[in-house]
Design a protein around this ligand. Sequence first.
Ligand code: NCD
Length: 304
Amino acid sequence: MRSIIDILDLSTQEIDELIATACDIIDNPDKYAEKCKRKKLATLFFEPSTRTRLSFEAAMYELGGNVIGFSAANNSSAAKGESVSDTVKTVSCYADIIAMRHPKEGAPMVASMAASVPIINAGDGGHNHPTQTLADLLTIYREKGGFDNLTIGLCGDLKFGRTVHSLINAMSRYKGIKFILISPEELKLPDYVTNNVLRKNNISYTETTDLLGSMPELDILYMTRVQRERFFNEQDYIRLKDSYILTPDKLETAKEDLAVMHPLPRVNEISVAVDNDKRACYFKQVLNGKYMRMALIMKLLGVE
Ligand code: NCD
């Protein structure tokens, strides 16, 4: 039995295999319609979600399986004081696999030690979000044809943005990657990521506050939302929330084949006028997330 808590729990070879499966699902969906017949996925969401939870659920239904779960902590016995360990021991009696989102960093890891079925981390606090990264990787693969030699701009809340942390971990394993980390001073990438991932692996990176100046270099621009729910102080959020707003004029100096990505939800970071630009890829990411979650569920359930 195997859980996925961190994107690095998957080797690059396994990621290639998941991508191959996802591409086959896209081409031959009928072949997969009964792969998880009589299996149950539990979605335990202690924090809000639209895409992640619904794409896990849609993924399981498209595999012929069933879904149980809750979409808010106050709908579960967590509201009565039950521990995460007791909750997942209980749910292990009802489900074959669990996708879990929790506001506390490390909660899915604790869950994986108590559960008797695989746990998938669907986001833990400001820490990691490995299945968003799977969606991002399939998007990069389909847009760019591979992962080597890309200059990736990450813009916005790099401090609390868990999707950024997981994506940096994932992309740091490929050749010729360069990161341009664009954020306000107060929302810079945490030291534990800069030191343990970028410096440790000798990855080329620069830190800047300047989005426009970075634009011409980028192959990928990954915009993120300022993570209001992780701030201690609402005033700080209000001051920082509109630090970067991508509008069509700002894309004038960008490469023709730039991929503009965002894990969504967007608040103000990308103007809706950008949606019509052929470089906008954020709704493709949404769809790719479902296919990668289908591939991951099959892998963890040992379905051929
Ligand atoms: C992200 C998350 O939950 O971390 N959303 C998602 O799962 N697609 C990004 C965010 O909330 O800003």
